[in-house]
Ligand binder design. Structure first.
Ligand code: ASP
Length: 330
């Protein structure tokens, strides 16, 4: 029996101590810890890595602090289009959805694509229709909205009209599940500020790994844009022989470098350890193409790496029944 491991991320970017108040910081730690504890319980009860990452990402989607599910960023048209993927390292089965607009939990839709369809990736209205047909939890698009993300979108539009993700300073917890006071963002937009995608990787007692990733994409993105998150090998990958990997960052670069799979390939073909492969991809390959962000990964031996080339990454892990560890800054 293996000691199970779960790790999660809630996005990487310019997350600095000065940009986060002590209260905000405490809120992030509390949410990350609660989510890790729930996913850890799945594993310590003998559950599968696949179930653990599904549960972790579902909870991250439901938490408005992160850019996935509730709290997803806005497109250029003021709408929400969500992407998610999941992969089972034991079988290499995978499922993904892109540009869904009415599914409460895109990760559940991705898993349903994997288990109930003949395909790996469904997109747009076809993916929405599939989710409805499968009886998944369907929401009005207003469900995803939060005041913080709306304000952020308005500022991005005003200041540059560029495709940007949310910046840490603009997002406070007054809009979180724990309070209702609207935020009042004042910091200028930093084009490379913060990527709020969520993800999870796990190893279960049976020696199987799995990964899942979910996102609202990047703020003010062009309608129809699909990032790395739902692309197997780019934002999400899992194979027992190598590792389970979940990404967050400048999606287009993760797509061009096939970042998640590159970690696995370095392990398989070059004999790299998980740590070496992660360092090479995150600290050498991605920056060579101006890729910013991070990856989390676990292998079948229980090695774990949470690697990022930005100032911070919301992250945490738990081994066996140990108290979860959470962190934000470098
Ligand atoms: N990688 C995501 C995307 O490009 C963004 C993120 O990580 O926040 O859609």
């Amino acid at each position: 029996m293996n000691t199970p491991v779960i790790a999660i991320h809630g996005g990487a970017g310019t997350i600095t101590r000065s940009a986060l108040s002590a209260a905000d910081e405490a809120n992030y730690h509390r949410e990350l810890k609660a989510i890790l504890t729930s996913a850890q319980a799945v594993l310590t009860a003998g559950g599968s890595a696949l179930d653990a990452v599904t549960e972790a990402v579902r909870l991250l989607e439901d938490c408005p602090l992160f850019n996935a599910g509730k709290g997803a960023v806005y497109t250029r048209a003021g709408t929400h289009e969500l992407d998610a993927a999941i992969m089972d390292g034991a079988t290499l089965k995978a499922g993904a959805v892109a540009n869904v607009t009415c599914v409460r939990n895109p990760v559940i839709a991705a898993r349903t694509v994997m288990e109930k369809s003949a395909h790996v990736l469904l997109a747009g209205c076809g993916a929405d229709a599939f989710a409805r047909q499968q009886g998944l939890d369907i929401v009005d698009p207003t469900y995803y909205q939060t005041e913080a993300r709306h304000q952020q979108w308005l500022r991005v539009r005003e200041q540059s009209g560029m495709m940007l993700d949310h910046d840490a300073a603009s997002f406070t917890f007054r809009e979180s599940a724990h309070g209702t006071t609207p935020v009042d963002p004042i910091e200028p937009i930093d084009p490379d500020n913060k990527f709020g995608t969520v993800g999870a990787v796990a190893l279960d007692m049976h020696g199987n790994v799995a990964a899942a990733t979910s996102t609202g994409g990047i703020t003010n993105k062009q309608v129809g844009r699909v990032g790395d998150t739902p692309l197997i090998g780019a934002g999400c990958y899992a194979a027992n022989a190598t590792a389970a990997v979940s990404a967050t960052g400048t999606g287009e670069v993760f797509m061009r470098t096939v970042a998640a799979y590159d970690v696995a390939a370095r392990m398989a073909y070059a004999g790299a350890t998980l740590q070496e492969a992660m360092e090479q991809v995150v600290m050498e390959v991605l920056p060579a193409y101006e890729g910013r962000g991070g990856l989390i990964a676990v292998d079948a031996d229980g090695n774990l790496a949470l690697t990022f080339n930005t100032e911070g990454m919301y992250r945490g892990y738990a081994r066996g029944g140990d108290t979860p560890v959470t962190a934000i800054y470098k």
